[in-house]
Design a protein around this ligand. Structure first.
Ligand SMILES: NC(=O)c1ccc[n+]([C@@H]2O[C@H](COP(=O)([O-])OP(=O)(O)OC[C@H]3O[C@@H](n4cnc5c(N)ncnc54)[C@H](O)[C@@H]3O)[C@@H](O)[C@H]2O)c1
Length: 257
């Protein structure tokens, strides 16, 4: 799908990979971008900086009502939704047992599952409803969904039970969604990033961050958020790419700890 003049919803677009992708899609590709994020202040700031081709709607991806209202604001302003990129997620430690060997309370796991997996499904589903109304481009494409997983989905570390399993869930969504939505001209793919320098990565303890940096292969550095944005553009533009998860990680593989 050509990106020029298309409308792209980016969740988590107020920060990190989502913000960088919003900027790239507007400045390099001539798209219109709707940022969906719970962070009102950062979202407003991002939209103001990106100018008239951007809009921000305070959205909680875990709520179907919030996403429904956000999608209608996008169609009211930009008339359509052609692509959605689900970057919204939360990170945090979660183990099976605590230090004393007691079972972990469910609340943290459940919250991460709501944002990182249920939220991704919610946004995909409500954006796909709109995409299905588009005139097909080149007779075949009405929309493109990009869901964001993580290298942790494959090699989750100790303490990543919730994060890694929710990210694996995102990969699991790919194939059934791509097969179902294909008849409507909508493709579904995922990206599993390695370590990129964003506010989420900065939350990690500096020692952990150094260890992770040391585990990057070639090139031996953290990812640049523009490289993530470029991968999103490639997925949107390549009409034959469907049901796939792209590992964007410089061949890095997380160790156990
Ligand atoms: N940065 C990395 O190294 C890395 C590595 C692997 C995967 N990822 C994945 O890439 C994506 C983007 O990560 P990032 O580093 O840019 O993160 P980030 O923390 O910079 O941005 C995440 C955004 O999501 C928003 N958000 C959180 N909960 C929300 C909710 N309920 N509804 C709407 N918005 C919500 C936050 O406000 C924030 O703006 C995430 O899915 C993350 O898991 C990142």
């Amino acid at each position: 799908m050509r990106i020029q003049e298309k409308v792209i919803v980016i969740t988590g677009g107020a920060s990190g990979l989502g913000l960088s992708t919003a900027r790239y899609m507007i400045e390099e590709k001539g798209a219109k971008v709707a940022i969906f994020d719970v962070n009102e202040e950062a979202g407003q700031r991002a939209a103001a900086e990106l100018g008239e081709r951007a809009m921000f709607v305070r959205t909680d991806v875990t709520s179907d009502e919030s996403v429904r209202q956000a999608v209608s604001s996008v169609t009211a302003r930009f008339d359509a939704v052609h692509a959605c990129i689900s970057c919204a997620a939360i990170l945090g430690p979660s183990k099976v047992l605590d230090k004393e060997g007691r079972a972990t309370p469910l609340a943290r796991f459940a919250q991460m599952a709501m944002v990182n997996l249920v939220g991704v499904f919610n946004v995909m589903s409500q954006c796909a409803e709109q995409m299905a109304k588009n005139e097909p481009e080149a007779g075949e494409e009405r929309g493109v969904v990009i869901n964001v997983s993580s290298g942790a989905a494959y090699e989750g570390q100790v303490g990543q039970c919730a994060y890694a399993s929710t990210k694996a869930g995102v990969i699991g969504l790919n194939m059934p969604a791509a097969r179902e939505l294909g008849v409507r001209g909508i493709r579904v793919n995922a990206i599993a990033p390695g370590l990129f320098l964003t506010p989420m990565a900065s939350q990690l303890d500096s020692k952990v961050l150094e260890t992770l940096k040391a585990q990057t292969e070639a090139p031996n550095r953290l990812g640049d958020p523009r490289e993530f944005a470029h991968c999103c553009a490639f997925i949107i533009e390549n009409a034959y790419l469907n049901g796939e998860t792209i590992r964007l990680d410089a061949a890095s593989r997380l160790r156990g700890r």
